[in-house]
Design a protein around this ligand. Sequence first.
Ligand SMILES: Cc1ncc(COP(=O)(O)O)c(C=O)c1O
Length: 381
Amino acid sequence: MIEVAKRLHTVEEYYFSKKLREVGLLIASGKPIINLGIGSPDLQPPQKVVDAITASFNNPVAHKYQSYQGLPELREAMSAFYKNHFSVSVNAANEILPLMGSKEGIMHISMAYLNEGDEVLIPNPGYPTYQSVTKLVGAKGVLYNLDAANNWMPNLEVLEKQDLSNVKLMWVNYPHMPTGATPTETIFKELVAFGKRHNILIVNDNPYSFVLNDNPKSILSVDGAKEVCLELNSLSKTFNMAGWRVGMVLGNSGHISNILKVKSNMDSGMFYGIQKGAVEALKCSKMWFVTLNSVYKRRRDLVWQLAEALNCTYDKNATGMFVWAKLPAYLKSEEFIDVVLKENHIFITPGTIFGSQGEGYIRFSLCASTEILEEAIARVK
Ligand SMILES: Cc1ncc(COP(=O)(O)O)c(C=O)c1O
């Protein structure tokens, strides 16, 4: 018997990986399941993006290993994107590292900065990968609670009453998944000051800024943020390119070269055609965002109706690709979604997979057509 590494005992198979097997079995048995669980964009990327990757196939360069730092043209496009959309200046030469999706950045950053036993502040509720990667590298996750009463913002005063001496890194994610909360005017400034006071690397994971959000913000827009902050971003949701795997990490050149030390030992560059496609995506005009959001807006109106039909409440100011809805009092998230799956054949994500603060909530994905959403409403009504 070959024993697995101890680190494997610290994590479990990803919730969706398990649950989608169960959903798959229901589908195989003929049940007409509507999947509103996972946030995988079903819309198409811009056509010029697809054209760029197609054109790349006949370029002999496309088939070679690519630069570990990505094409200079891609980093230039990422830098211009940050300037245009966030008014943030990042040097394309050394303050940006293209990633194969922002998810891998969570691992690279953790490997670059965390030693065994270091503490990491992790939002509850939050994206489960922060916690699992922290465990995989042998560090210790310290959850900080977010709640509706505080608009899902971290309470830094409460955190400062804790012993922060072993905390090395803090994950923040605004706009926030799963709740859709947007950063308040002051929170990024407060976080930068907090990071400086306690020598904590603050990483804002920012893949949802362009979905149903009129006011995209970057933590790097705060003066002096680059000293203690990194930001992750991604083309997955902004340009419907989740399967292409394109993301980026931005920050000062010292941090970026530390992350490159890890990443360059793990992969050998991103496929040339994908980089060319990403360049085209990043150059999209405002029209792209207007069109994308008009589709999501129609869908969200329907998901709100679905939530109401299930007697749930929600915040109309929330942003992003999901609707975070509160169940009637005393109902438990996982029991609730199992009943809806069984009775209505609709799969919705229970809030608890994002942490204990998600109890009493469910998350609907907007990655389904209006026809499918109308069918879901009809089934519940
Ligand atoms: C909060 C958050 N961060 C990061 C990711 C990873 O996105 P990607 O690796 O596709 O860029 C996701 C994906 O669902 C997410 O919800």
